[in-house]
Ligand binder design. Structure first.
Ligand code: CUA
Length: 174
């Protein structure tokens, strides 16, 4: 084997190794799962299984009085479209994307959470005042980016425990 052939062979081998890396989020091997850690999710099966299935989205009361909010960002909306949280209580946000990179912001606050497909973004939020906060995407994510907005409503904290789980994801019940 002369040097030229060897070089062609090595470059070809390198390119073949790089192709799977562009599809890294679709590879499902125990070792790769371990390296990604627990914050990995498969963007292609969010609605089918795991933490972000539909009836798991929205606000959940935690034992210590705080709440956990699970959301999905996708072109071009945030799910659930309207969420309720108690005012003045720590909110643990867990959000992932089904497609592009989005950025979840809440009007009237400094919070900005970058949301990427394949990863769970976590943030600690708190809304001191009861009221409505428009949630707006601030990362250009495609043709419908400028219409990608929904809503978070902070309700007085004593009012929140009385809400049924089904009402917490749906502001129409208010
Ligand atoms: Cu989502 Cu811009």
């Amino acid at each position: 084997m002369n040097w030229r052939k060897l070089r062609v062979f090595l470059v070809t081998a390198l390119v073949l190794c790089l192709i799977p890396l562009t599809r890294y989020y679709q590879i499902d091997q125990p070792l790769i799962r371990f390296l990604r850690g627990s914050r990995h999710v498969d963007p292609l099966s969010l609605h089918l299984s795991g933490e972000f299935v539909e009836n798991n989205l929205g606000t959940q009361q935690d034992a210590d009085g705080s709440v956990t909010v699970r959301m999905i960002a996708q072109q071009y909306l945030f799910l659930p479209h309207c969420i309720l949280v108690p005012a003045g209580v720590p909110v643990h946000l867990r959000i992932t994307s089904a497609d592009a990179v989005h950025s979840l912001t809440f009007n009237g606050t400094d919070y900005a959470v970058k949301v990427l497909p394949g990863t769970i973004s976590e943030a600690q939020l708190q809304f001191p005042q009861a009221g409505e906060y428009k949630t707006v995407c601030r990362e250009f994510c495609g043709a419908g980016h400028y219409a990608m907005r929904s809503e978070l409503r902070a309700v007085p904290r004593e009012q929140f425990p009385a809400l049924q789980p089904g009402e917490r994801g749906n502001c129409a019940a208010q």
